[in-house]
Design a protein around this ligand. Structure first.
Ligand SMILES: [Zn+2]
Length: 269
């Protein structure tokens, strides 16, 4: 599932590609991916200019000049491509938004969705989310305060969107590796210094992954060399049985509440 770095990468690149353009057509191939009738969606979206794209947690918000917002969550397996019928991937699309000669294709939207909402309803949908970990006003003290002494495992805490927004299965493991702490530890066992290290690791890992284009495997548009640049840079995620880059130990896999979890047995304590 795309996490904060992947969605932030999409936001930046789609802003360059599409903001300021007007939606000239909307094709809906899966009605369940939207929240209105096809006719209403087309009536309200087509002819409206895209004024800005914002990100909150793992969501993107496409603001339209009409005043409505398109709220996107890709969930598991969703991704996007921006291009033409000639260069688009040979995949089924659920929604297509055309902006003149360019079209934004939404692919793999099975659990994911694109909802057309008044801004206040979009905000209400995001109301329960915790703070953005890369926000300048999100401090180490706030981070520690949210987690220290709580019950449950470290990984479970890091991916809890109510506590902190945008971290999922991959980056929670990468953050724990960067901090040298096992994701299987319980929050109560961790000392203040551990939380400080986890805060710094959270910022560092998410910042670097975003700068490297996240881990999505498919480019966003023809000639896109940025998207997916972090895929080869994961230190533990999906590397079970492989040697640790830091100490040469073996990366192991376990499950925490049904989620794949990876860490180094030797250098994470
Ligand atoms: Zn190691």
């Amino acid at each position: 599932m795309p996490e904060l770095p992947e969605m932030e990468n999409y936001r930046k690149l789609l802003t360059q590609q599409l903001v300021g353009r007007t939606i000239t057509a909307a094709a809906i191939h899966r009605v369940k991916s939207i929240n209105t009738s096809v006719e209403q969606f087309q009536e309200e979206a087509v002819g409206s200019r895209l004024t800005q794209i914002n990100r909150r947690a793992k969501y993107l918000l496409f603001s339209l000049a009409s005043g409505k917002v398109l709220l996107l969550h890709l969930m598991l397996g969703g991704w996007m491509y921006c291009g033409t019928d000639r260069d688009k991937p040979d995949r089924t699309t659920q929604v297509e938004l055309s902006f003149g000669e360019k079209t934004l294709y939404f692919i793999g939207l099975r659990l994911g969705y694109l909802h057309l909402l008044p801004p206040q309803e979009a905000m209400a949908a995001l109301a329960g989310l915790g703070p953005e970990p890369l926000a300048e006003n999100f401090t180490e003290a706030m981070f520690i305060d949210r987690f220290k002494g709580k019950g449950g495992r470290l990984k479970t805490a890091l991916i809890d969107q109510k506590q902190i927004a945008g971290i999922g299965n991959c980056y929670s493991d990468e953050i724990c590796f960067a901090a040298g702490i096992r994701p299987t530890q319980t929050c109560r066992e961790l000392a203040e210094g551990d939380w400080s290290e986890l805060f710094r690791s959270t910022r560092r890992v998410l910042t670097e992954a975003t700068a490297r284009g996240g881990y999505m495997e498919s480019p966003l548009y023809a000639g896109d060399t940025l998207t997916g640049g972090f895929n080869e840079m994961c230190k533990v995620y999906d590397r079970s049985g492989e040697p640790c880059y830091r100490c040469g130990g073996t990366i192991v896999r376990t499950d925490i509440s049904g989620r794949k979890t990876f860490y180094c047995e030797r250098c994470q304590r």
